[in-house]
Design a protein around this ligand. Structure first.
Ligand code: 4AD
Ligand code: MG
Length: 477
């Protein structure tokens, strides 16, 4: 059978997008006739009966297809193998297997696309996550990555719902920008002056003024600065978009491209910011618990035993608030041997964050009021002149999941902070304007979506919670 023949034979049944998902079929009654479409996860045969596990990604459980081999062409049954796509019609019958009410007794089977056994890379169960990263284009067909993608989708939906219910406007801030929000210089340039000739980069012109944007431009590291301008007019806003950081990090919690959610609230201070961050995380986790229970059960069994209990606990308990100064005291008196020495003024490293939230507190912690030297220029200076109104939410196993602050709304103080950090005042003219015209106390934070998904699923590497990961030396697919 050629590929064209196969496509022709299913043409009439494939005219519209799928509306009958396996998720719904599994809830139907014995006796119902249904048509399902999906990919074969496994196939086994026993005494003239063949069993196929079919998945369309709509839910964790596969639909079991039961085939009476005597009723089908031998060649057709032979061609069905792991990975091939099928259209199956049949009648639902009561399933003797545990965990599912019904299975499908096939009356008609069409192979939509075959998957030659000798070539299909996902033959065996138990492939390592490292191996699956090399076939990222196929890994969503596995149990783990199906579940990760479903939770990511549901969490994203919950995020929009959370803000929508609270009157926040969803705003889109630019992906190409001329300002470095975090001042960390970890930006990818955006230029049309660069070309590849004979395998080498060639600069078409050296003068930024002659480049596409007539100045150096970058992929944004955060939508915050523009978000602030929108909050100072729309009151409560949030962004939800991709952000980019050229940090040369191969850690299990950093990506070069990740998705960030950044609410920004006018007439709000640090306390309000921390309260919203807590409510937000609890809401999204509760939504996942209520709407992705099968997937979370899988993570609880196979990936991170105890994750279910942890999540239920997080939803129902307050987050601990600890000032940076107190956090340093705890760390200094911990008796632990840290790789990075700790003292007042030092930035908290992942090992410190994890000790605080895992060992000292045992639940999410919000650390606030950090030294101004280690935080971005836009954070509001506290009266002690030494710390800024910053806050980071830390969670066990991951460390920082949210970073936020009250913003400096006083024009003169902000100018001073820009100078102190050796930033170009002129570049921030529009940002400073906000402090000239109707300035208000305001605050916001950024949540890394991938870190949240790691937290909910217990997945240990951030590269496994986004369909295609970007990190040093990886922009394949
Ligand atoms: O702490 P960050 O750098 O804060 C900001 O960008 C602020 N402008 C946010 C704001 O106040 N509107 O980043 C915020 C969060 C981190 O807590 C982390 O969850 C995530 O973004 N994040 C990363 N996630 C994956 N890979 C990276 N390289 C990340 N860098 C930050
Ligand atoms: Mg941060």
């Amino acid at each position: 059978m050629s590929t064209t023949d196969v496509i022709k034979s299913t043409e009439n049944k494939n005219v519209h997008y799928v509306k009958q998902y396996i998720k719904n079929v599994l809830q139907q009654e014995p006796g119902d006739t249904v048509t399902v479409k999906g990919w074969v996860k496994t196939k086994r045969a026993s005494k003239g009966i063949q069993f196929i596990q079919l998945s369309d990604g709509s839910c964790f459980t596969d639909l079991q297809i039961v085939i009476d081999a005597s009723k089908f062409e031998e060649n057709l049954l032979k061609e069905i193998s792991t990975g091939c796509s099928l259209l199956v019609e049949g009648t639902l019958v009561e399933s003797p297997a545990a965990g599912q009410k019904v299975e499908l007794s096939a009356t008609d089977i069409e192979i939509v696309g075959s998957a030659p056994v000798e070539d299909y890379p996902l033959q065996k169960k138990g492939a390592t996550f490292e191996f699956l990263r090399e076939i990222a284009h196929l890994r969503c067909r596995t149990n783990t990555f199906g579940a990760v993608n479903r939770i990511r989708s549901k969490a994203s939906w919950a995020i929009h719902q959370f803000f929508n219910e609270r009157g926040f406007h969803y705003v889109n801030t630019p992906i190409i920008t001329a300002s470095d929000c975090e001042g960390a210089g970890e930006m990818f340039y955006v230029s049309n002056s660069l070309a590849v000739e004979n395998g080498e980069y060639k600069l078409k012109n050296k003068n930024p003024q002659e480049d596409f944007f007539a100045k150096p431009a970058y992929l944004t590291v955060s939508g915050q600065l523009e978000g602030e301008t929108l909050a100072c007019g729309l009151t409560n806003v949030y962004t939800f978009g991709p952000t980019f950081r050229a940090e040369n990090s191969n850690s299990a919690r950093h990506l070069a491209e990740f998705w960030m959610i950044e609410p920004e609230m006018a007439f709000c201070n640090l306390e309000g910011d921390m309260a919203l961050a807590t409510e937000f995380i609890q809401y999204v986790i509760k939504y996942a618990l209520d709407n992705c229970s099968d997937d979370i059960e899988f993570f609880n069994k196979r990936i991170e035993p105890g994750i279910l209990e942890t999540l239920e606990h997080v939803v129902n308990s307050d987050f601990e608030h600890v000032s940076y100064t107190d956090a340093i005291k705890y760390l200094e008196n911990s008796g632990e041997k840290f790789e990075y020495p700790i003292h007042w003024g030092a930035d908290l490293q992942s090992e410190h964050e994890r000790w605080l939230t895992e060992k000292k507190i045992g639940k999410p912690v919000i650390v606030y009021n950090y030294p101004k030297e280690i935080k971005a220029f836009y954070m509001r200076l506290n009266d002690d002149n030494k710390t800024v109104a910053a806050m980071d939410v830390l969670v066990p196993k991951i460390g920082e999941i949210i970073g936020g602050s009250q913003r400096e709304e006083r024009h003169n103080v902000l100018v001073q902070r820009i100078k102190e950090q050796n930033l170009e005042e002129e570049a921030y003219w529009w940002y400073l304007d906000l402090r000239k015209f109707g300035t208000v106390p305001h605050a916001g934070f950024g949540l890394g979506l991938e870190r949240l998904i790691m937290y909910i699923t217990g997945m240990k590497n951030i590269r496994d919670v986004i369909p295609y990961y970007r990190c040093p030396r990886n922009a394949d697919f």
